[in-house]
Design a binder for this molecule. Sequence first.
Ligand SMILES: NC(=O)c1ccc[n+]([C@@H]2O[C@H](COP(=O)([O-])OP(=O)(O)OC[C@H]3O[C@@H](n4cnc5c(N)ncnc54)[C@H](O)[C@@H]3O)[C@@H](O)[C@H]2O)c1
Length: 332
Amino acid sequence: MNIDGKNILVTGGAGFIGSHLVDLLMREGCRVRVLDSLVNGKLENLDRHKNSTKFEFIRGDIRKPATFTSAMENTEVVFHLACLGVRHSIKHPFENQRVNAEGTFLVLKQAHKAGVKKFIYCSSSEVYGSAEHVPMSEAHPTRPCTIYGASKLAGEAYTRAFYTTYGVNTVIVRLFNTYGPRSHHEHNVGELIPKSIVRALNGKPVLLFGDGSQTRDFTYVEDSAKSLVEAARCDDALGQTFNVGSDFEIAIEEVAKLILKITGSSTQIEHDKNRPGDISRLHADSTAFRKLTGWVPKISFEEGLTRTFRWFNSRPEELSVLLGQEKGINWE
Ligand SMILES: NC(=O)c1ccc[n+]([C@@H]2O[C@H](COP(=O)([O-])OP(=O)(O)OC[C@H]3O[C@@H](n4cnc5c(N)ncnc54)[C@H](O)[C@@H]3O)[C@@H](O)[C@H]2O)c1
């Protein structure tokens, strides 16, 4: 499917990954509508598009049907990214599953009603739980450790059901960990890399929860956003579920060391208690997606970390303000 010039709806488009996806779609000449409640998204992420006639922002909640009257109008392709995060799910499990699971059901229902041509569901490696073997292909068992992972998996199940029962043209993309400019350092959405950069830039120790041996598979955000676009373009992907990662495993202790090197910080790494439900190992096998679509990640981990560091370092806010928003233990 050629998506150039199409009418696109991006739920969660004011968020971290969503706003990079919007940048890419706008570059491809699409007409882009964003639906976001701004609970964690920021309008400044979309600033560069606000005067474009091809761009529209709707502030609304995916759980409210009235939201969709204008949001789905003439929409041809939906990228569904709106969600609440893993740390939020620890303290607010009910709300988390309502947005991530039921919310996904509601977006699918509205997309079906509107007769959209494609629906891309942005899922997560959290649906797997911890790796039982590596690398992890799509055949790896899905045994999520958190309500977040379980709710993302429920969203997948609804997506498949709309494909098989109602013929909605869906593709599920399981992104592994994503990082880059606009990633969250703040309160309960704060992630390892942005939190650590903000702490290091302020001369505070980098904080790891657990012994630091947990591994992840990180992809730079522009590469992740590109994978979602490739999923929409590829008609052979319909009805399928794909892993998207760098297929490169790294321990978070090593990530912290790299951040200290890149930021030039002489602070230390400190360890604190484990996060409940934390996953010990993730290592993607994205072969199926790469073969089908030709997608390959372009940005190396060191290059991506350097770009992320530069972005935080150039923020107009004082670094101390960013530090004040960073909560250390951020799930309680
Ligand atoms: N960041 C990662 O490492 C990662 C990894 C795998 C998958 N994902 C997936 O990518 C997607 C985007 O994640 P992100 O990291 O950009 O997070 P994010 O929090 O920056 O983006 C989510 C957006 O959804 C919006 N939102 C939340 N609840 C809403 C509601 N009820 N109605 C409307 N909008 C709502 C938020 O305001 C936010 O802008 C999610 O679906 C997530 O599961 C992220």
